[in-house]
Write a protein that binds this ligand. Structure first.
Ligand code: FAD
Length: 300
């Protein structure tokens, strides 16, 4: 399929053909997207959705690619990245409203600067605010569910809808968007007045904890598995001696066994095989069924 028409509708630099997705994921893994769209406005998104619907082109969207494993053969059809171009935020009283691609770190920083507490937990989670809503991202006892008030999303036919917190149906690392398939455009977050010094101290403390516990020097997609009831995945895998276990360039982190790292040149197939091996070992030795938290997309 030629995407020249889409290039005419949007600015040409917003439509990249055969773009390697390894450049857009924190794993630094992933084959080419046939057509990667980098929208900057809701109109860009609407045009792209219409284009893909009218041509029956497959559609996938993501944010900052920090919870994503893209297959080595890439993604067919149209891929929308709700990332660096779709950013911006404003604060009114205690409410921070951010466009989908705004990084969580930026949201946490904006809240701190405006003496608003509640977003400290998001410090260091390398995703977009919309990706964080989709995943109900969280850390150190707090999650997006505790702060999100509403989100605006659009379906494949271009219909926009405001979701209330209740409608988003948050649970552990899940939201209604897994099932609805709608694309999130913006998010409203309710915060509270707080002493800026306290906010900074908490953020510093959490950043230090991450630094101490996570393999931040290597490409990864964070925790690979959902926490099974009654266990901590990292501890479980460590007890089983899986730290350092590898397939090709993919390795169970020596620092935090819940993370798989790309030690250099890992393929998506390496990571997928490593995940399958870990699941099989955990089932065999402990009778525990591990579920993958990271999302997989494209052809492997
Ligand atoms: C070093 C490291 C540390 C991490 N620490 C944490 C942590 O402490 N807690 C935690 O919860 N996670 C953590 N993560 C995982 C990740 O950062 C979060 O899940 C984050 O919220 C994902 O956001 P993203 O924009 O990168 O989403 P992506 O990876 O781009 O996408 C993830 C999913 O969200 C969907 N999505 C993205 N944008 C949209 C949109 N606009 N509309 C609809 N759907 C969308 C995608 O389709 C995909 O299914 C970590 C990751 C890394 C690499």
């Amino acid at each position: 399929m030629a995407y020249s028409e889409l290039k005419n509708w949007l600015a040409a630099d917003k439509v990249l053909e055969n773009e390697p997705l390894k450049n857009h994921t924190t794993f630094h893994i992933g084959g080419p997207a046939d057509c990667l769209v980098l929208p900057a406005t809701p109109d860009d998104v609407a045009l792209t959705l219409r284009y893909s619907r009218d041509r029956n082109a497959p559609l996938f969207f993501f944010g900052l690619g920090s919870n994503l494993l893209v297959g080595d053969k890439g993604i067919r059809g149209i891929t929308i990245k709700m990332g660096g171009r779709f950013t911006g935020w404003e604060i009114r009283k205690n409410v921070l409203e951010a466009r989908a691609g705004t990084a969580l770190n930026i949201c946490a920083e904006a809240a701190a600067r405006n003496a608003l507490g509640g977003m400290e937990f998001a410090e260091g989670i390398p995703g977009s605010v919309a990706g964080a809503v989709f995943m109900n991202a969280g850390a150190y006892g707090r999650e997006m569910k505790d702060v999100v008030e509403e989100a605006e999303a659009v379906d494949g036919d271009g219909n926009r809808k405001i979701y209330t917190k209740e409608e988003m149906d948050f649970s552990y690392r899940r939201s209604c968007f897994t099932a609805s398939g709608d694309l999130i455009l913006r998010v409203k977050i309710r915060l509270y007045n707080e002493n800026p010094r306290m906010i900074r101290e908490r953020m510093k403390e959490l950043a230090q904890l991450r630094q101490n516990r996570q393999p931040l020097g290597y490409p990864s997609a964070g925790s690979v598995f959902r926490r099974p009831a009654g266990y901590f995945t990292g501890k479980l895998l460590e007890e089983m001696g899986l730290k350092g276990y590898r397939v090709g360039g993919a390795q169970v982190s020596e620092k935090h066994a819940g993370f798989i790292i790309n030690t250099g040149g890992a393929t998506a197939a390496d990571v997928r095989k490593l995940i399958a091996d870990i699941k099989a070992k955990v089932m065999e030795e402990r009778g525990v069924e591990l579920e993958t938290e990271i999302k997989m997309a494209g052809e492997f």
